[in-house]
Design a protein around this ligand. Structure first.
Ligand SMILES: [Zn+2]
Length: 363
């Protein structure tokens, strides 16, 4: 198959500054060395690097996109919130919550990021390709209609879904496999029965005033939207087996029942086994399989229409490899890139021999 994947990207997203400190918090007075905030440009540089130079590079076409305009942002966000972002002093950084920082002039970058997602969605909706990918930064899935949260300011998928709804889209599904709960997307479509929001995430619960949603299975939606929000809070330590089984047994039947016209993927790689922000153990192979299943699902329910939007993924090297593995799955390509850290934490096949070996060694 010689199918190409359009990738929407602008180097401007690298200029969003999140600063240094104690991981995502303020620097410690006791530590002489600070570290880059986990949502930094290096992660994107590696992701773009592997897409441009890795085995999949010949199957990718690169596209720029117009910057999202105010009307587009206000289809998902409140005008008061957007006005607040517009009026920020562009000469300084702004700290939202304890972890979420918008560097000087960062709102301009946020609009570039949202524009990439909107353009990828339009590309698919207008039939220019069946599948498209937006390499957004900052990510978007925690941004709620009137609030920033979890490194996110504008909900990139949310504004793209709303944009297509303004162009005739009636039914869609958002599948979010970022390791964190997609609370912003949930909030934006909570009373909407036409947009099914699905989040599979580690069971981290609520995390303060900017993230009051628990991500529990009981958060079903409200009003007409009851039943159109599906949370799957996976136990800590879930890996390839748990993620793919949940996808097959819960996500796929729900999407088939919903009959969407487009499937959006909130494509985070922070469920990977080396992520500093996640406590899950998904490998490259797991991301490949999730993406392959998503493609199969899209073929079954919506003529293959699939919009892939970048979310988290903070292990600077491994997240890039997991992204590449996932795109191979979406494109139904063989995954030829070896996993350099091929640690298989759920591998139990040789347990009997292992026990026998230890027993033998210890006499
Ligand atoms: Zn995340």
């Amino acid at each position: 198959m010689n199918e190409h994947l359009p990738v929407f990207y602008s180097p401007e997203v690298l200029s969003h500054q999140t600063g240094n400190g104690f991981f995502e918090a303020l620097a410690s007075p006791y530590l002489p060395v600070t570290e880059a905030h986990p949502e930094n440009d290096l992660r994107l540089r590696n992701m773009i690097g592997i897409l441009k130079h890795g085995p999949l590079s010949t199957f990718l076409n690169w596209h720029d996109a117009p910057v999202a305009n105010k009307a587009q942002l206000e289809r998902f966000h409140t005008s008061d919130y957007i006005r607040e972002l517009e009026q920020l002093d562009v000469t300084t950084s702004h700290r939202y919550s304890s972890t979420t920082i918008l560097g000087p002039g960062g709102f301009d970058v946020v609009k570039v990021s949202a524009g990439l997602s909107i353009a990828a969605a339009q590309h698919v909706w207008q039939g220019q390709s069946r599948i498209a990918c937006a390499m957004c930064r900052p990510p978007g899935h925690h941004a709620q209609p009137s609030m920033a949260d979890g490194y996110c300011f504008v909900n990139n998928i949310g504004v793209a879904v709303r944009e297509l709804m303004a162009s005739g889209l009636e039914r869609a599904v958002v599948i979010d496999w970022d390791v964190h709960h997609g609370n912003g997307t949930q909030e934006g479509f909570y009373d909407n029965s036409d947009i099914l929001t699905i989040s599979m995430h580690m069971d981290h619960g609520a995390w303060g005033v900017s993230h009051v949603q628990k991500g529990s299975a009981e958060e079903l939606g409200s009003g007409r939207g009851i039943g159109a929000n599906l949370n799957i809070p996976l136990p800590y330590g879930s890996g390839d087996i748990a993620y793919t089984r949940v996808f097959r047994e819960i996500v796929m039947p729900a999407v088939v029942d919903h009959r969407p016209e487009v499937i959006f993927i909130a494509n985070g790689q922070d469920a990977n086994q080396f992520d500093p922000n996640g406590r899950q153990i998904v490998t490259m192979e797991g991301f490949f399989e999730l993406a392959r299943l998503a493609r199969e699902l899209a073929e079954t329910v919506c003529d293959g229409r699939l919009v892939i939007v970048q979310e988290g993924g903070y292990a600077i090297s491994y997240a890039a490899y997991c992204l590449h593995a996932g795109l191979c799955g979406f494109l139904e390509q063989e995954q030829t890139l070896p996993d350099p850290l091929a640690f298989l934490p759920e591998h139990t096949e040789n347990l009997d021999q292992f026990i026998a070996m230890v027993q033998r060694v210890h006499g």
